[in-house]
Design a binder for this molecule. Structure first.
Ligand code: DGJ
Length: 534
């Protein structure tokens, strides 16, 4: 037993000496929760995406400082198939190098977004030589048999061309960054699936649709193939058969592209999803791209995409109940939660607390950071709340990741008329109040903040010890109702900050500062408390 351990330790040690820390990884802990490791340390992606046409030098030069103002640790930047392979087989990765160098110069990690066969359920980012050759790279056909602006996922020519380009990209990233890990994750395609039609209705597609469902898919979904091989309509029913057929062909295509890339450089990879939630009549191909990993197709996608580490919701749902329900859907035992896109603004600042604290998200990234370059948007301060979040939470990442893993975090987020939230722990309860408390029947109640900026996390570090962080909130404690004891006092309360995940006390709080509870100001802060019940 001893010799292999020593050999392993020696290999790790010499690897470290040579500057080779392991490549970024998404790992599952023994408790079933996920962790993203970068250079051997737990990591959370605090990021934002730039606009679609911003992966260019001038735009990026103006965007890098925005990432720093945001206190982001990672930038999410598109790389374009049409740019890296302008002629078939002739690759030009200077645009990718420029992105990597820019990120390094600004001390940022990168998530690269591979805009290729699919972008928002269309084919717009494929190179011109693909667009010009529908004979070789066929488009999908709608019910009327007309071509639409989406490549068919059934074409092996298209799939192999995308695979070759993506593999070349990953090979290049490994060459220039394999020992640096600036790039920590890659998004494969963008919002895959088809707008304009719910599936391909070409003659070949119809033939496959009326043929048997692949037995391995049936097995993976726990559906019995039965005696006679059943077709898509028989297995999935009239409502979902067309969409399931599309999802199977899109998911297996995306998986093949991801696998080809991983073979070159094994980085974590994910697919992002244009959601179906709250979309009018929820018609696939109309309200959202058909064949993407929408909630109704998630089991199917998970069954056939082993090369993807995650499937992440582009969560633009505005109401907090719907927003949390999406997070709950995609945070599954077989799927770590990444939020690749969400809206900026005050909602994102609040909803991030649900994502990280309640659903253990490993990334959060509102869309359109460089919109703030436009003075009209700049004055709206769309990223202000988020920037405050990242400034507070960023240095605490190793601790937050540890608490996520231990399932120790609870959050309280202010919403319309939700001004007092009760959280329950092993021995204590807390009430988090937003806005000046005013007396009413039954005690003191929060009146809400002016712009609904209250958001806090309260983590149980030990049964009598809590870490509290957040903004615009007041946190009070009592022993749990079930306890014999009725009151609680602070043994101590420390204000502090994190430096690289290590707690640094700045002062002890006492007197007026704790008399009514622990107050978190608008600028945000961290406090640790130890309680005594009596
Ligand atoms: C979702 C897409 O994935 C993004 O690339 C961008 O187009 C946004 N929508 C725009 O809202």
């Amino acid at each position: 037993m001893r010799a292999p351990t020593l050999v392993l330790a020696f290999a790790v040690f010499t690897g470290l000496l040579a500057g080779q820390t392991p490549a970024p990884r998404v790992e599952k802990s023994a408790y079933g929760s996920f962790q993203l490791n970068v250079d051997g340390q737990p990591f959370l992606i605090l990021s934002a995406q730039v606009a679609n046409s911003s992966g260019w030098k001038d735009q990026l030069e103006r965007s890098w400082p925005l990432y720093q103002q945001l206190h982001a640790n990672t930038a999410e930047i598109p790389v374009y198939w049409e740019v890296v392979e302008p002629q078939e087989g002739r690759f030009d990765f200077s645009s990718v190098d420029m992105v990597i160098e820019g990120a390094r110069a600004h001390h940022l990690h990168l998530v690269l977004l591979w805009f290729a066969t699919w972008k928002n359920g269309e084919m717009d980012y494929v190179p011109t030589w693909v667009k010009e050759n529908p004979g070789r790279f066929p488009r999908m056909r709608n019910r009327a048999g007309e071509q639409v602006r989406v490549l068919t996922p059934l074409s092996t020519e298209s799939r192999d061309a995308d695979k070759r380009a993506f593999a070349a990209l990953m090979r290049h990233v490994k060459e220039v960054d394999g020992d640096r890990h600036t790039v920590i994750m890659v998004q494969v395609e963008n919002e895959s699936g088809s707008l304009e039609t719910d599936r391909d209705y070409s003659a070949e597609a119809n033939k496959q649709f009326n043929g048997p469902v692949a037995p391995e898919l049936l097995r993976a979904l726990g559906k019995s193939p039965g005696k006679a091989a059943a077709n898509w309509r028989q297995v999935f029913g009239p409502e979902e058969a067309d969409e399931a057929f599309a999802a199977y062909s899109v998911a297996t295509y995306v998986n093949a592209v991801a696998a080809a890339g991983k073979k070159e450089y094994d980085l974590p990879m994910y697919a992002n999803v244009w959601l179906r939630e709250r979309k009018n009549f929820e018609r696939p191909g109309d309200a959202y791209p058909s064949g993407g990993a929408t909630s109704n197709m998630l089991d199917l996608w998970k069954a056939v995409t082993p090369a993807l580490d995650a499937i992440g919701p582009d969560n633009y749902v505005l109401d907090y109940i719907g927003y949390r329900s999406v997070l709950r859907t995609y945070a599954r035992p077989d799927n770590p939660l990444f939020v690749p896109e969400t809206m900026p603004g005050p909602l994102a600042a609040r909803y991030m607390f649900y994502a990280l604290g309640e659903f253990h998200a490993l990334s959060f990234a509102p869309f359109g950071l460089d919109a703030s370059l436009d003075p009209q948007y700049a004055s709206m301060g769309l990223f202000d709340g988020l920037s405050a979040n990242y400034r507070l939470l960023g240095p605490a990442i190793p601790e937050i990741a540890r608490l996520q893993k231990a399932n120790a975090i609870q959050v309280a987020v202010e919403e319309d008329r939700l001004t007092d939230l009760r959280l329950t722990y092993t021995q204590y309860e807390s009430v988090v109040t937003f806005g000046t408390p005013k007396p009413s029947y039954g005690g003191l109640f929060g009146t809400g903040t002016k712009d609904k900026t209250g958001r806090a996390l309260v983590a149980e570090v030990a049964p009598d010890e809590f870490l509290i962080g957040g903004f615009d909130a007041l946190v009070k404690f009592l022993p749990r109702r079930s306890s014999e004891l009725r009151r609680a006092q602070f043994a101590w309360a420390e204000e502090g900050d994190f430096e690289n995940g290590v707690w640094k006390r700045t002062r002890l709080l006492n007197g007026d500062e704790v008399f009514f509870g622990i107050a978190l100001p608008a600028a945000g802060k961290w406090v640790k408390v130890k309680l005594i019940a009596y």
